[in-house]
Design a protein around this ligand. Structure first.
Ligand code: HGY
Ligand code: MN
Ligand code: MN
Length: 401
């Protein structure tokens, strides 16, 4: 049975991995913490006699049933994190999937279709900048030659990081044969908002994902002395960046969209120097594609105009853009009917959203009392997590049993 105590027992075996003294969890792909997460997953798979595979993109699959058979029911999520993120975003889906397999075995379910628990690589894009990297590579949504050249903040390439972890980077790229064997994908995830709190429901079913993306703004001015440079002589890229932050916020609010500048890099980053350049990343999300394009264009126009006044130059480059996702309506209705669970959209990206373009995909959300995510305040009660495990077990039994 899926009990809170049982959830907690397994949960606590993963919890210390990547916990950061400065707060939250730091589990970047292919880092020591990520490799420890992968070892943890391998141990859990072995303890359950699940056959573990690492695919050509570093995604992990633990199989209950024949890995080569068609029409598999795959469930899982990711174990990487944003910088100083919460505990649940990703790991909850993996832990719940393992426990759901346990529950089904205890119930004596013998699946007609193979079942796999999956862990996707670099869902957050926190190290190499592209979200849902593992599922994008698997599905051919991104060029592997480009991916091999991606570098982290220390200049380490993705190819180098993979090779250091013992996974051959030469092989990354689309895996149509593996994809064709997946008959359905279900990802359980912590809710990243408070809709389920409002609805008084422990578990929900996803309807859709807002289109969203990341844009890099390179703003260049002139480095100079903070004490001696007259205010009228400055070409300060920080001013343009500051304006970009405010413009993005205002345009998003006016349009019913979301926009965030959560990361900047300042060169040379000195207290007593007018910066030479600033790089700022815009994260923008909208209810539909046209609204997203209009939002980003509005920010672009306003920032360019401001750059003209600041004597700076700005270029804005899309780093990743994810189209809207409507989850398979048949599967969504079947699962919400089966679980008696409400249906809700999200503005967060997920591997299930990437896979949804290729296979029937669905998501379950577990209530988050704080509504916080991508920060240590992310939360769920053990009772709700157990309800999530029970719901996922029911879903897997329905699809594969
Ligand atoms: O950033 C996102 O939407 C997700 O949580 N990866
Ligand atoms: Mn996330
Ligand atoms: Mn996630």
């Amino acid at each position: 049975m899926a009990t809170p105590e049982r959830f907690r027992r397994l949960w606590e075996t993963l919890l210390p991995v990547g916990r950061d003294p400065a707060g939250g969890w730091v589990r970047y792909s292919w880092s020591e913490a990520d490799l420890a997460c992968r070892r943890w997953f391998a141990e859990q798979a072995a303890a359950r006699d699940l056959v573990l595979e690492t695919d050509r993109n570093g995604n992990l699959f633990a199989w209950w049933g024949d890995p080569r058979a068609p029409d598999a029911v795959v469930t899982g999520s990711h174990l990487d994190s944003v910088p100083h993120g919460g505990a649940y975003d990703g790991p909850l889906g993996v832990v719940s999937a393992l426990l759901a397999v346990d529950v089904l075995r205890e119930r004596g379910v013998r699946p007609r279709r193979p079942v796999a628990v999956a862990v996707f690589t670099e869902e957050e894009g926190s190290r190499f900048g592209v979200a849902c990297l593992g599922s994008r590579l698997l599905t051919g949504a991104i060029d592997p030659d480009h991916v091999r050249t991606l570098r982290d903040l220390d200049g380490v390439s993705l190819a180098g990081a993979m090779a250091a972890a013992g996974v051959a980077p030469e092989g990354i790229g689309p895996d149509p044969e593996r994809l064709a064997r997946i008959g359905a994908f279900v990802e359980l995830h912590i809710e990243q908002g408070r809709r389920l709190v409002e609805l008084d429901a422990p578990v929900g079913v996803a309807s859709a994902i807002w289109p969203h993306g990341r844009w890099r703004m390179d703003i260049t001015g002139e480095g100079n002395h903070a004490g001696t440079t007259r205010m009228s002589d400055r070409r300060d890229p920080m001013l343009t960046a500051a304006y970009a932050v405010l413009a993005a916020n205002k345009e998003a609010r006016l349009r019913g969209c979301h926009a965030t500048v959560g990361r900047i890099e300042v060169t040379p980053n000195a207290t007593n120097a007018v910066p030479a350049s600033v790089v700022a990343w815009l994260d923008a999300r909208a209810p539909d594609r046209a609204a997203l394009e209009a939002l980003v264009e509005a920010v672009r126009v306003r920032v360019r105009e401001r750059a003209g006044r600041d004597g700076t130059t700005v270029t804005m480059t899309a780093e990743s853009v994810t189209p809207p996702v409507e989850f398979d309506a048949g599967l969504r209705d079947r699962l919400s009917g089966l679980l008696g669970a409400p249906v809700l959209p999200t503005a967060a990206g997920h591997d299930a959203g990437v896979l949804a373009a290729h296979v029937p995909a669905a998501m379950l959300f577990v209530r988050n009392p704080t509504g916080v995510s991508h920060a240590p305040g992310e939360a769920a009660t053990d009772e709700d997590c157990a309800a999530g495990v029970a719901a996922l077990a029911d879903v897997l039994a329905e699809l594969a049993g």
